[in-house]
Design a protein around this ligand. Structure first.
Ligand code: NAP
Length: 519
């Protein structure tokens, strides 16, 4: 199937930038894409600002219909998206089709979520004119959209965490226009999804400025976007270094804005003694499968497993055997493969690290590796706790339960932490739980962290460096909160209130708060 690049999409129009860049697909031919520019960023941000008021004030029903139309338009381009997507990312067809279903599932989930309206968290403190010593005014609170949002597409999920992915879906659901800075690893996939979103906006009569898509081609496109005064928040998935640089830029703006970055994690698993004794083989095989899923390029990849020394052998043996059967596979980009190879070399030469299983991989490929290190050496080398983006695991052998707890206490923030336990492990698990809860956005028992459910109760975030905002999630319906802010309307006549606040709303907190003079 042939593919023709279209350019940058600014408010429904395809535009050329002043330069071009050549794509570097994992497989197949490269194409010449129009690069972004500061002028295009400004046009996109201005158009988003123009779209903001009509879009923020349209009905939830209209926004939900728009989200569903995006899903339909993406499906209408499904064959082309899979074709160019698998060339650009090297991901297999089945994975991309599954990811498209997930992307459209997210869009539809947000549509049904906003129709229900619970996310508005409407509150009403009725006026108490007779209250002594001071009367209470009528107070109504509602969550309102915050303005144009910049989204950085992620390399590792060209659909579900990219142009029409979770950040875009949740921002559009909230009532915020979106400007996407595409990832250079999948510019063609990005263009097709952008085209689908523009077609849906047109079909639904939504202001075209609600969505723009700008290619990269150089670093300053992203920095210009986050610095643009009309941008009010940023959604990002990617590296710790890139995320941190953009986070710092957001904080240094004359008007600082929130940066919702989902950065690195090693997602440790604690394998408790009874569980390893009873089913060490099964745990080792399960770990190997989770570790190699998607060539290890998942943010929830369980890069570290911690077991007690006396019980670690069966896990290591089973994992080694399973990993030995995994062939090298192509990674998403040449840069990601290079970073993987360098990181593996660094681990190999770290004091106290021993190879359980090591394999060679060249060029853009990655093969699995498994290392073992004692708890003492692990604690002495903080670099071993850093993310390896690829199929490499480190088994940490703790000399006793107290050392296991010490390892848990020394962890940085994680997206997910897993406990594997049997009944007789409950006592040790009870000691671990309060520590783990402080370290991760999601704590799992007897499961593997790869595979993130898109639902109401999911949290895909966590303390830094897992994310830059531990109060937020980038997956699941709660992701919408990132792009909303509470506004209180005090004594404002009904006719002037946002539609969603008119009429009866939930009554809560009535009488609980007292206004102090000057408060
Ligand atoms: P990345 O290098 O962080 O890039 C992500 C996006 O941010 C790209 O659009 C990139 O633009 C932009 N960017 C990065 N640094 C920037 C800076 N200093 N200023 C302005 N823009 C910047 O991530 P990646 O390319 O997806 O993968 C590289 C590494 O990130 C991987 O090896 C892996 O370690 C990590 N990663 C982690 C996750 C996760 O889920 N935690 C996901 C993907 C990748 P340019 O294209 O212009 O550089």
């Amino acid at each position: 199937m042939s593919f023709s690049p279209k350019g940058n999409l600014i408010a429904g129009q395809w535009c050329d930038g002043p330069r071009t860049f050549t794509s570097s697909p994992a497989l197949g031919s490269s194409y010449e894409f129009s690069a972004g520019s500061a002028e295009l960023v400004d046009r996109a941000a201005q158009a988003a600002e123009q779209a903001f008021q009509p879009y923020a004030h349209c009905s939830r029903q209209q926004r939900a219909t728009f989200l569903e139309a995006i899903a339909e338009e993406i499906d209408m381009r499904g064959t082309e998206i899979t074709a160019i997507g698998s060339q650009e990312s090297g991901l297999p067809t089945a994975r991309l089709e599954g990811e498209r279903a997930r992307t459209n599932g997210q869009l539809r989930l947000f549509a049904s979520y906003i129709r229900k309206g619970d996310y508005l968290d409407r509150r009403h403190d009725e006026a108490l004119p007779e209250r002594k010593p001071l009367p209470r005014p009528d107070l109504r609170l509602i969550q309102r959209p915050i303005g144009p949002i910049a989204v950085f597409g992620a390399s590792n999920f060209p659909l579900a965490f990219s142009v029409g992915g979770g950040d875009t879906a949740s921002a559009l659901a909230a009532g915020c226009p979106v400007v996407v800075k595409g990832h250079d690893a999948h510019p063609g996939t990005g263009e097709l999804v952008a085209d689908a979103i523009a077609a849906a906006a047109k079909r639904c009569g939504i202001h075209p400025g609600v969505f723009s898509y700008i290619h990269g081609g150089s670093r300053d496109i992203g920095t210009t976007l986050v610095r643009h005064p009309l941008i009010k928040a940023v959604g990002f998935t990617g590296s710790l270094s890139g995320g941190r640089a953009l986070f710092d830029l957001c904080a240094a703006r004359p008007e600082p804005i929130p940066f919702f970055g989902e950065l690195g994690a090693v997602n440790p698993m604690f394998l408790l003694p009874e569980a390893t004794k009873n089913r060490g083989d099964e745990l080792g095989r399960g770990w190997a499968a989770s570790l190699t899923m998607g060539v290890g390029q998942f943010c929830t990849n369980p890069g570290i497993a911690v077991a007690l020394q006396d019980h670690a052998t069966s896990v290591a043996d089973a994992a080694r055997q399973a990993l030995s059967g995994v062939a090298q596979q192509i990674m998403l980009t040449h840069g990601i493969a290079q970073a993987y190879h360098a990181r593996v070399d660094q681990i190999k030469t770290t004091k106290g690290v021993h190879e359980v299983m090591s394999s060679n991989s060249e060029a853009q490929n990655a093969a699995p590796n498994l290392f073992v290190v004692s708890g003492t050496d692990f604690l002495a080398n903080p670099a071993l706790s850093e993310e390896v983006f690829g199929p490499t695991g480190i088994l940490v052998t703790a000399s006793n339960p107290d050392e296991m707890l010490e390892i848990a206490r020394n962890l940085e923030g994680q997206l997910a932490i897993t406990l594997h336990l049997d009944n007789a492990d409950t006592e040790l698990a009870r000691r671990l739980m309060p520590i783990l809860e402080r370290k991760a956005g999601r704590v799992l028992a007897n499961n593997f962290p790869t595979g993130v459910e898109v639902s109401d109760a999911m949290v895909h975030g966590g303390p830094y460096p897992a994310s830059t905002n531990f109060g937020a999630t980038s997956v699941g319906t709660m992701a919408i909160r990132r792009f909303l802010r509470p506004v209180c309307f005090q004594g404002v006549p009904e006719a002037l209130l946002p539609d969603d606040l008119r009429g009866s709303v939930h009554h809560c907190c009535i009488g609980k708060h007292r206004m102090m003079p000057g408060g």
